[in-house]
Write a protein that binds this ligand. Structure first.
Ligand SMILES: Cc1ncc(C[n+]2csc(CCOP(=O)(O)OP(=O)(O)O)c2C)c(N)n1
Ligand SMILES: [Mg+2]
Length: 349
């Protein structure tokens, strides 16, 4: 079936496999910078979590290419609905690293009351797949209002077993909602491998049941992801309906910092097709096509280390949460009972 084809632009050594002109050197370089920043951040975040300086952390190692490529394909007006593992999508969307860290320290995503409308990126959903119907609703609202935008909803392979996934795709198909469903199939849902998740050989083919297009893309090929998501967003905005994109990738690390994957998979037990680290692949492309040098690489690594260190300092020197932050956005009007508790806690401070 057509959906079994995997779209790939770069081979494992970063060589162009097609005659496509690609997104352009500037976009690839931008994605690569974000990939290195994301990986540097990821390693630091695991340490910070172990030291109790942030909460539980979901590492994104191995998924840098899909997250940066997909988020880079968004236009400013488009809406993004991410999950708890999509830190690199936030970075690509321009959310400061400090704010990503503050969120992991218990703050809201929009620290210092930044207007979410200008970011057009929703807070990460922890409940699996609940944001998919939201993305469809937001897409339909955009259509009703005549806004020229689409919604990109990111989720994992495990999310495809949730009712919300099926309801969202069904609704989106019936109403031609301008939504792109991006499944980052990293082969694991905590300890459940993909073959125990579904009897379907692929996620993409599930689209057929809802009368929408389903495509598979190599999730470790940032160019292919960028182009696939960009095409799907353009199609959605032209009124031609939603797309289910399955980005095939791999979760290299633990599910979260509370998980020990050696309990359910062998260390270094990665599938044969996982032939190259996505960062290596992007870098080799840059070297070949754009004259990327070892000096550029060293400068980038240094910049990433300094940027992460600066963000950690900024997050840790933030004044912290006020008691009223616990109830903000919960009620339209804070009930009397909670107001009393807040007043008592203020008195006790
Ligand atoms: C509705 C719901 N059920 C169960 C969980 C517990 N849970 C957290 S992550 C996870 C696995 C999700 O796997 P997947 O969708 O593949 O995303 P990944 O973690 O691989 O990015 C589960 C079951 C949850 N958060 N929400
Ligand atoms: Mg998964």
């Amino acid at each position: 079936m057509a959906t079994q084809q995997i779209r790939r632009v770069l081979d494992a050594d970063g060589r162009l496999e097609t005659d496509e002109t690609g997104p352009g050197a500037a976009t690839v370089e931008r994605c690569y910078r974000l990939q290195v920043l994301a990986r540097t951040f990821d390693a630091k975040a695991v340490t910070l979590s172990r030291q109790g300086r942030i909460g539980t952390y979901a590492p994104l190692g191995g998924q840098e290419a899909v997250q940066t490529g997909a988020a880079a394909a968004l236009e400013t007006e488009d809406l993004l609905f991410p999950t708890y593992r999509d830190h690199a999508m936030y970075l690509t969307r321009g959310l400061p690293l400090r704010d990503v860290l503050l969120h992991l320290r218990g703050h809201g995503v929009y620290v210092d009351r930044r207007d979410p409308e200008t970011v057009r990126t929703f807070p990460p959903t922890i409940p699996i797949a609940t944001h998919l119907p939201h993305a469809v609703g937001a897409g339909m609202a955009a259509t009703y209002r005549g806004d020229d935008c689409a919604a990109l909803a990111s989720f994992g392979d495990g999310a495809t077993s949730e009712g919300d996934f099926h309801e969202a795709l069904n609704f989106a198909g019936v109403f031609d909602a301008p939504v792109v469903f991006l499944c980052q199939n990293n082969q694991w849902a905590i300890s459940v491998p993909f073959e125990r998740q579904t009897a379907s050989p692929t996620v993409a083919e599930k689209a057929a049941a809802y009368g929408i297009d389903g495509v598979r893309v190599d999730g470790n090929d940032t160019l292919a992801v960028y182009e696939t998501v960009r095409d799907a967003l353009e199609k959605a905005k032209s009124g031609a309906g939603p797309t289910l994109v399955e980005a095939v990738t791999y979760r290299r690390g633990a599910h979260t910092t509370t998980d020990d994957p050696t309990n359910y998979r062998e260390e270094g037990d990665v599938p044969d097709w996982l032939d190259a680290d996505p960062l290596e692949r992007t870098r080799q492309y840059l070297e070949r096509e754009c004259g990327w040098t070892d000096d550029d690489e060293d400068a980038l690594r240094e910049w990433a280390t300094e940027t992460v260190a600066g963000a950690v300092d900024a997050a840790e020197s933030h004044p912290g949460l006020a008691p009223e932050d616990a109830v903000e956005h919960v009620y339209d009007e804070t009930p009397e009972r909670l107001r009393r508790q807040l007043a008592e806690s203020a008195g006790g401070r």
